[in-house]
Design a protein around this ligand. Structure first.
Ligand SMILES: Cc1ncc(COP(=O)(O)O)c(/C=N/[C@@H](CCC(=O)O)COc2ccccc2)c1O
Length: 364
């Protein structure tokens, strides 16, 4: 039979309220003819920036004016634009294991990029201080991909480091903050920032869907001034009809309702998957059980290497990714165990037992 997926790279859109979205789109078309006929503001329509700034103030404690919000068709193009303003030979640091697509982007932009190891509180502050980068990329809310939720103490240490000298910024990539199961949602790093050192990055890829390509940055005032000077010629990259529809979707409460509904749905699938994995693999599996996000990390006792596991997964028609994808220096050790990233957005609840069976055949 067909493929099954334990991929971490999809949203479960089977429950997206397309009917409500289209209602909002009808209102957007009816009430905003002039906006639709015009070229929007380079940062996106003010109305939408206001709605986003109000929402993230409520849900994430982010302090900002609509003026500081920049909307764009994805985190990568937004970061490429803002970081592209920087002068030469900039030093950047990123979590390792971490988000290799940003690592590639920074290298592509001729930044000097340094992967930095994690300790149990997130990025290793001693290594950050030793390296002294200009830009530090972190995912404090739910470290990607290990899941570590950065404690307040480490957040304060990082903010003190960033404030200790000019020209240091922390990019807080908050992409996986909306899904927390039972554990409380620690406010954003940006909400603790007293020295305008944090660039906050958010996205609707996980709460709506990645194909919509609606993401945003919140710039501190001095970077915003530089941005407006540099990009006065800029034409915004996102689709204004989609953005104004999003505005109504949020204002109507449909967005918050959907996120709540998806939290419950994902929590149920996550629990079922973990139960099935523990039952099948017994003490050959060790699950990093952080109650958040759309995936978790699992360690399996095996003497098979990553290459063989990937080949066997293809043969078993099971889509799944390993820690190799996130090890930025590509030097993942092979030995008595392998580490896989197990996503549960893309698997139907009723297919979980079959998927776990296939995973067992992949590994043993
Ligand atoms: C750390 C991090 N930050 C931001 C983003 C989002 O970027 P944006 O969509 O441009 O705003 C991702 C998306 N990462 C993607 C790829 C991960 C990988 O390569 O292994 C996975 O994205 C999704 C996952 C689940 C549901 C929907 C999307 C990010 O992993």
């Amino acid at each position: 039979e067909g493929w099954l997926s334990l991929s971490h790279m999809t949203a479960d859109i089977s429950m997206f309220p397309f009917k409500e979205w289209m209602k909002c789109e009808k209102i957007a078309i009816k009430n905003h003819k002039n906006e639709l006929s015009d070229i929007s503001h380079p940062q996106g329509p003010y109305l939408v920036r206001k709605t986003i700034s109000r929402m993230i103030a409520l849900t994430r404690g982010v302090k900002c004016e609509p003026e500081q919000v920049i909307i764009g068709p994805g985190t990568q193009p937004l970061l490429r634009q803002v970081l592209g303003m920087q002068r030469e030979n900039i030093k950047a640091a990123i979590e390792n294991p971490g988000y290799s697509r940003i690592y590639q982007l920074l290298k592509d932009m001729n930044f000097e990029v340094f992967p930095i190891d994690l300790d149990k509180k997130g990025i290793d502050i001693k290594k950050v201080e030793a390296l002294n980068p200009h830009f530090l990329f972190i995912t404090p809310s739910h470290q990607f991909p290990t899941g570590i939720i950065m404690p307040i103490s480490r957040r304060i240490e990082l903010l003190n480091w960033a404030s200790a000298s000019e020209g240091r910024y922390i990019v807080e990539d908050d992409y996986d903050s909306e899904f927390k199961y039972g554990t409380d949602n620690i406010p954003s790093l940006q909400s603790l920032d007293r020295n305008q050192r944090v660039i906050y990055a958010g996205t609707f890829s996980k709460t709506i869907m990645p194909s919509f390509r609606i993401s945003y940055l919140v710039l501190p005032p001095d970077l915003l001034r530089e941005y407006k000077r540099h990009f006065s010629y800029w034409i915004q990259g996102s689709n204004t009809l989609n953005l104004i529809t999003l505005h109504y979707f949020i204002e109507s409460g449909e967005y918050a309702k959907h996120v709540k509904r998806m939290n419950n749905h994902y929590e149920m699938k996550r629990e079922n998957l973990i139960k099935e994995l523990k039952w099948k693999f017994r003490n050959d599996i060790k699950i990093k059980n952080v109650p958040a996000g759309l995936h978790f990390i699992a360690e399996f006792k095996t003497d098979k290497g990553y290459k063989e596991i990937e080949e066997r997964a293809k043969k078993e028609k099971l889509e799944i990714y390993s820690m190799k994808r996130f090890n930025l220096l590509g030097n993942i050790e092979e030995g008595k165990k392998i580490i896989l990233i197990i996503g549960f957005a893309n698997i139907k609840n009723e297919d979980i037992p079959v998927a776990v069976d296939r995973l067992y055949r992949v590994i043993y």
